[in-house]
Design a protein. Structure first.
Length: 258
């Protein structure tokens, strides 16, 4: 049994400062491949460095909507350079977050649109963040129909109706520990709608520790096993088959041979 954490933040201090122990615990739980996600220039640079120095860590580079106010042509040029590296697999995470609005909406929309355009030019998969902005996110993605290689809506917390719209567009959908939360009924309904060949799993660590690890304030890749087991049971799929399929899906999305 092998699992891939398709979306984690190993560059964040709580994990980065204890990397050897974090990876050891992860491997002990069958999670032996990791995609660490860039969220701004600093975190993208750290992600690239981590991937360069660790055989089974891969990276994405991008600008999170929280930091969209920092978008610039200089950062875009830097992303182009990073994207040419073998272990940089995708652009993102990018998207819209109208819940916090740490960056103004107009700047979020600009950064998202220009990163999508860059991904189209570079033929790179795209990792999308959306919170309280599903319709707006889908409208922008719709403008790039036929231009993007692969799209994943990461840490999906929407409804069954929304997930069906994403699936109709051909997107992958990724679930985190949120699906295990006691009151996450709508997320579980959405997960049941996702065909097994479109489903990815992630921790989004150091956030969102799954049940039964909710008391652990720092989530980590080792805990992916709990989300995987929960979804396997929910979808009534043998755990070995579930693990194999989600690993295959992650590799297909990222165009990776593991």
């Amino acid at each position: 049994m092998k699992l891939m954490d398709s979306h984690c933040h190993l560059t964040f201090d709580d994990l980065y400062e204890n990397m050897d122990e974090v990876l050891e615990r992860s491997r002990a739980n069958g999670v032996d491949t990791w995609v660490t996600i860039g969220t701004n220039e600093l975190q993208s640079r750290k992600a690239v460095d981590l991937a360069h120095n660790n055989e089974k860590i891969y990276a994405t580079v991008g600008l999170h909507p929280h930091d969209a106010k920092d978008w610039s042509s200089t950062l875009m040029d830097q992303m182009k350079q990073w994207a040419s590296l073998e272990k940089v697999l995708a652009l993102g995470e990018m998207g819209l977050d109208f819940y916090y609005e740490f960056s103004p909406r107009v700047e979020q929309i600009l950064a998202f649109t220009e990163q999508l355009a860059l991904a189209s030019r570079l033929d790179m998969p795209v990792v999308v963040h959306t919170r309280d902005a599903f319709d707006e996110t889908m409208a922008i993605l719709k403008d790039f129909d036929g231009q993007l290689n692969n799209v994943v809506l990461h840490c999906f917390t929407g409804t069954a109706e929304q997930v069906k719209r994403a699936l109709d567009q051909g997107y992958f959908v990724s679930f985190s520990g949120v699906v295990t939360f006691k009151n996450a009924h709508s997320v579980r309904e959405a997960a049941l709608c996702v065909p097994m060949d479109r489903l990815l799993i992630e921790t989004d660590c150091p956030y969102l520790s799954p049940t039964p690890m909710r008391k652990q304030k720092v989530n980590e890749p080792a805990f992916l096993i709990h989300t995987a087991q929960f979804l396997s049971d929910l979808k009534q799929v043998d755990f070995s088959s579930f693990s194999m399929q989600t690993l295959q899906n992650s590799c297909e999305f990222y165009r990776l041979a593991v």
